[in-house]
Design a protein around this ligand. Structure first.
Ligand code: NAD
Ligand code: TDX
Length: 339
């Protein structure tokens, strides 16, 4: 089996590459990644010399390059992780989000139509459903919840999902879509809540909590997301959407305080800053479908996962210190100074 993993030098794609290489010794994993600010070859250090792994530095929106890769590799399955993924950046400027997340998806699916494919899998997000109110704990996102987006990022992901559905209906392209809740774990780029708070706490820098910190996210350890996608590409039904989540809801403040507690740091490091524009209040996934139909269940509790994650950031300082001391520094200043 030959599987193309786009965005494999990023957080979830990188974890998925490791997961698949370790689990399927006879599969060929082909990583396609443009190496944007979020892509990092160091994430692929341990697999880069594996004979079952190859790497293309390619933009998924570059039709010529994508077609060439298809001609050379004749893949069986595409798993599309490649995306601009940070909500705050999409609020600053959404242009690249539309190009990569929507047009990149189109190019990949056109290549699938032209060269033939067993499965095109789109890695989507729970953010396409919008948000839920804090005072309705009985409500969850199901696969039937209407798309209702808030940020330019989520609008671009929802647009891509609609296009994937259109290619299934119109051209019979064998597609599946997964919509997962917030991931955390190793190799998470330190602009996102959990790694940013770990890095700042370790450096005794202020921890910028948006608004009052009451927004709720539904956290899933990244390896559990990888196992869900593995099941969907092998056993999922073509044309279907699968929600992925583990009922691990936490307010942002709870998450930040847990990190401070685990690191033995003072809560005085918390700094409440101006809220994110259009900030979604609560995400909460109902994973009943993937559980009932494919037998998927998460295996790592939040308590265990956050400990693993903090341990990983302590043991792999070079990986993230390289990032926060480089070009990303300017972006951090832009988002957080005078906020
Ligand atoms: P990330 O930002 O860490 O990684 C994205 C990767 O895609 C990077 O390696 C980057 O270089 C690459 N990339 C960006 N533009 C590209 C392009 N035009 N061509 C080729 N490669 C390109 O993102 P992530 O957090 O790993 O998210 C991966 C996917 O999962 C995204 O599609 C995201 O929408 C989705 N998702 C993320 C989460 C989460 O909590 N992080 C949750 C649900 C869904
Ligand atoms: O400095 C911060 N302070 C803060 O309070 C940052 C970076 C975030 N936050 C808040 C905003 C959110 O309520 O923490 C929460 C999580 O923020 P992010 O880590 O930026 O994630 P989120 O906006 O929830 O989106 C993530 O999950 C869904 C991913 O980045 C998306 O790619 C994915 O689709």
């Amino acid at each position: 089996m030959k599987i193309v993993v786009t965005g494999g030098a990023g957080f979830i794609g990188g974890n998925f590459v490791h997961y698949m290489i370790n689990k399927y010794k006879d599969y060929k994993i082909i990583c396609v990644d443009a190496l944007t600010y979020a892509g990092n070859m160091e994430t692929l250090d341990s697999v880069k010399d594996n004979p079952n792994f190859s790497f293309y530095k390619t933009d998924i929106a570059d039709r010529k390059a994508v077609y060439e890769m298809f001609e050379k590799e004749t893949p069986d399955i595409i798993v599309n992780f490649a995306a601009e993924s940070h909500v705050d950046r999409s609020i600053e400027n959404s242009e690249i989000f539309l190009k990569t997340n929507v047009m990149g998806t189109q190019v990949l699916m056109d290549a699938c139509r032209k060269y033939g494919i067993k499965r095109y899998h789109q890695v989507s997000t729970d953010e396409v459903y919008g948000d839920l109110p804090l005072d309705r704990q009985d409500l969850f996102f199901t696969e039937k919840t209407p798309l209702h987006t808030s940020s330019p990022y989520s609008a671009s992901k929802a647009s891509a999902d609609l296009l994937v559905g259109a290619y299934y209906r119109t051209y019979n392209l064998p597609v599946t879509i997964s919509r997962c809740s917030n991931n955390y774990g190793p190799y998470h780029f330190p602009e996102k809540l959990i790694p940013l708070m770990i890095a700042n706490a370790l450096n005794d820098k202020k921890l910028p909590v948006y608004g009052k910190g009451k927004n709720v996210r539904d956290w899933l350890y990244v390896e559990d997301h990888c196992s869900a996608i593995d099941l969907i590409i092998h056993k999922g039904k073509v044309g279907e959407v699968y929600n992925v989540g583990g009922h691990n809801e936490r307010t942002n403040l709870e998450v930040v305080k847990t990190i401070l507690h685990e690191l033995g740091k003072s809560e005085e490091l918390i700094k409440y800053v101006t809220d994110r524009k259009g900030h979604d209040m609560r995400y909460a996934i109902d994973p009943a479908k993937i559980h009932n139909e494919l037998g998927w269940l998460p295996t790592i509790t939040f308590d265990k996962g956050i400990k693993n994650t903090i341990r990983w950031y302590l043991d792999n300082k070079a990986w993230w210190e390289n990032i926060i001391s480089g070009e990303y520094k300017n972006c951090y200043e832009k988002i957080y100074t005078n906020r």
